[in-house]
Design a protein around this ligand. Structure first.
Ligand SMILES: NC(=O)c1ccc[n+]([C@@H]2O[C@H](COP(=O)([O-])OP(=O)(O)OC[C@H]3O[C@@H](n4cnc5c(N)ncnc54)[C@H](O)[C@@H]3O)[C@@H](O)[C@H]2O)c1
Ligand SMILES: [Zn+2]
Ligand SMILES: [Zn+2]
Length: 370
């Protein structure tokens, strides 16, 4: 069958909309009709070449849709199921899945090559085989993906909201709740309030943080953070540092969660300074694979027993955490409607990313047409 999709051919060039050929689902694969996709900054990293992916690649790794066909041996979902995609697959049996660390499942090894196990490329087109971002490629009307990338969700959930639980929500929420292990009474600083950071704010607050300090140069982001759980918001790290020192009587924050669009040594340094003894700095935002974004005085790290942790998918387990987070949405404890700034069609993908880079959106959502 044919599918219209947003493709990166060359880093730094605009994303192109192409009609491509899609093979049917083979063993363990499903055909999904994507209804919605979220515009996350990580796709920009691929489009700009910060994350060196195999090209051409169909972008999009935050997605939701409906299962239209299943290949042989598919047991996790059936035709008609509503699903949210996880940007990291979970095989369930590798060493990491088996020990409750699905976000580092071995199957995630090819998320930047974009093919399914066995170097299988269901999408082909004028330039041969096309990979799919995170093995899902949600900026496409349809996709053929592994059953390990989809999580069934309740039929009565609005997919246009649930889509955010494919990346932004678990990544941000989990960066606070799981990686930083925020506890009641904590002081937490969140650097960068985009689709990821706003959910770190929500997670930190829900976990009981007393002070949630949001740092973002953009006023619209700071306002949204204050609306959804931040207790303080500042435009610069310097202003935040002063306030944190004062509100903790010199002790410093318990954790700093770094969710800026492009990670830098400056931001990591600011996060490191913001936390006090025993404090945790969580690196969630990305940069080029080999960029040295950590340049810190190690002796201070030791003497103050600080720690630096990387967080992938918020250290969540998609099979249990995606339904759990949607339950919190249903109970009103997690806000999704409020964090969607604008919707786009597939054809408007470049405009969507211009808006993201201009800081207009907390999250933009693509609504697919079929
Ligand atoms: N680790 C993971 O699992 C994972 C998953 C998804 C996304 N990401 C990464 O997380 C990052 C954030 O993604 P997003 O979609 O929320 O991006 P976004 O562009 O929507 O938001 C980034 C925000 O950071 C702010 N910002 C930029 N520089 C800043 C600075 N120096 N100090 C404070 N704020 C600053 C921007 O104004 C913006 O509001 C990206 O690097 C993305 O690739 C990581
Ligand atoms: Zn993402
Ligand atoms: Zn696994």
């Amino acid at each position: 069958m044919k599918t219209k999709a947003a493709v990166v051919y060359e880093p730094g060039k605009p994303i192109e909309i192409e009609e491509l050929d899609l093979d049917g689902p083979r063993e363990g694969e499903v055909l999904i009709r994507y209804t919605h996709a979220g515009l996350c900054h990580s796709d920009v990293h691929v489009a700009h070449g910060d994350l060196e992916a195999r090209l051409p690649m169909v972008l999009g790794h935050e997605g939701a849709g409906i299962i239209e066909e299943v290949g042989v041996g598919v047991t996790r979902v059936k035709v008609g199921d509503h699903v949210v995609c996880s940007f990291i697959p979970n095989c369930g049996v590798c060493r990491y899945c088996a020990t409750g660390r699905q976000s580092i499942c071995d199957m995630g090894a090819t998320i930047l090559e974009g093919y399914l196990p066995g170097e299988r490329f269901p999408i082909t087109g004028p330039r041969g085989q096309y990979g799919a971002m995170c093995m899902i490629g949600t900026f496409s009307q349809w996709g053929v993906i592994s059953q390990t990338s989809v999580i069934k969700v309740d039929d009565d959930l609005p997919l246009e909201k649930a889509v955010l639980v494919g990346c932004g929500v678990p990544t941000g929420w989990g960066s606070a709740v799981n990686t930083a292990n925020v506890a009641p009474g904590d002081t937490v600083a969140v650097f960068g309030v985009g689709g990821i950071g706003i959910n770190a704010v929500q997670g930190a607050r829900y976990a009981g943080a007393k002070n949630v300090i949001a740092i973002d140069p953009l006023e619209n982001k700071r306002e949204k953070a204050m609306e959804l759980g931040a207790t303080h918001a500042f435009a610069t790290a310097e202003e935040a540092q002063e306030a944190i020192t004062e509100m903790t009587r010199g002790q410093g924050a318990d954790s700093a969660i770094l969710t800026v669009g492009l990670m830098s040594a400056d931001v990591v340094g600011a996060g490191f300074n913001a936390v006090g003894k025993g404090g945790v700095v969580v690196l969630t935002g990305l940069n080029k694979l080999m960029e040295p974004t950590i340049q810190l005085p190690g002796t201070i790290l030791t003497l103050f027993r600080k720690s630096i942790k990387g967080s992938l998918f918020g250290d969540c387990n998609p099979t249990t955490d995606i339904p759990k987070l949607l339950g919190l949405y249903q109970s009103g404890d997690l806000k999704l409607d409020e964090i969607i700034t604008r919707t786009y069609t597939l054809d408007e993908v470049n405009e969507g990313y211009d808006d993201l880079l201009a800081g207009k959106n907390v999250r933009g959502v693509m609504v697919h047409e079929h």
